[in-house]
Design a protein around this ligand. Sequence first.
Ligand code: COA
Length: 347
Amino acid sequence: MLFSPTGLTECLREWDDLEKNHQQILDTHRLYKQKLEEVTKLQNGCSGAISRQRKKLKDLTVALKECQENHPTPKLSTEEMETIAEIQESVKDRITSFSEMEAFLPKKNGLYLNLVLGNVNVTLLNKQSKFAYKDEYEKFKLILTVIIFIFSFTCRFLFSYRVLDALFNFLLVWYYCTLTIRESILISNGSRIKGWWVFHHYVSTFLSGVMLTWPEGALYQMFRDQFLTYCLYQSCVQFLQYYYQSGCLYRLRALGERHNMDLTVEGFQSWMWRGLTFLLPFLFFGQFWQLFNSITLFKMSQLPECKEWQVAMCGCSYMVLFLGNFFTTLGVVYQKYTNNKDKTKSL
Ligand code: COA
C-alpha cells in the first residue's frame, strides 16, 4: 500500500524523499538519452558499413564472373576456379547474414508503408517485441475471423438486408487493408511471408470493395448465398490456419532457433508436417471453392440480363485468388518437402 503522510513533519520528510528521488529520475533519464544517442550512432554506423560492404560485394561478384567468363587463354586453373566458387558461396552467406542484421536496424519504409504511415520507423529492435507483434497479428486475425464468422452466419441464415451485406463487405475491406499494412510491417521486421500472401490480401480488399458496390438485384441475390457460405467456410479454415501458424510460432520460439533448422528441430518438423497434412485438404477445398465462385460468376456474366460490371470483375478476382493460392501452396509444400529430405539425407 502507498504511504500517505499525515501531519506537516511527515509531509516535509516525504517531500525531501521525493526531491532525492526526482534527482535520481533526472540522472537516469539523462543517461537514457545519452545511450539513445549512442545507439543511433551505432545504428547509422552499422547500416552504412553494411550498405558499403553490400556494394563492394556486388562489384566483386560481377568482377569474379567476368574473370570466369572472359579470362584469356590459358584458362583459369582448377584451383583458381575452386577459389572463385568458394568466394561466391561466402558472398551468398554474407548477404544472408547482412539481411539478418538489418532486421534489427532501422530502415526506410517501402512505398506502401510510406504512403500509409509516412516516414516513421517500424523496425522493432529486439526479438521479444518482434515475436509479440507477430503474436498480436495472429490474435488480431483470430478475433476478426470470429467476428466475420458471426457476421456471415447472420447474413446467411438470419437477416437478408442489402445494408447489412454492405456493412459486412465494408468490414472485409477494412480487415484486408489492415492485414496488408501489418504484413508490410512484419516483412520490415524480417518475416519471411511470401509476397503472394500479401498480394492475395490486396486482391481480397479489391474483391470486397467490388462486392460492396454491387447493386441489389436478381444477379446479386443469385450469388449471395454462395458467397456467404464461402465466407463461413473460409472463417473455419482461417481458424485452423491460426491453430497451425501460432503453433509453429510458439514451437519455434521455444526452440529459440527461428529460421535455422537443425537436429533439435526434429520434433518441431514432425509437428509441422502433421499440422500441415491435416490443414491441406481444407485449404485445397477452399481454393477450389474460389475456382467454383469464379466459374459461377463468369457463367452469370454471360446471362442476357447481366448488366453489372461487378459480376465479371469478381469472377476475375476469384480466378486470380485461386491460381495464386493454389500454386503458392503447392510451392510451399514442395519447398518444405525438399528441405526436409535434404535434412534427412545430411543426418
Ligand atoms: N498469410 C500470412 N502469413 C503467412 C501465410 C498466409 N497465408 N502463410 C505463411 N505465412 C507466414 C508464416 O507465418 C511465416 O511467417 P514468419 O517468417 O514471420 O514466421 C512465413 O510466412 C513463412 O511461412 P512458411 O513456412 O512458408 O509457411 P507456413 O508453414 O507458415 O504456412 C500454409 C504454409 C500453406 C499453411 C499457409 O501459407 C497457408 O495457409 N496458405 C493458404 C492460404 C489460402 O489459400 N487461403 C484461402 C483458403 S480458403
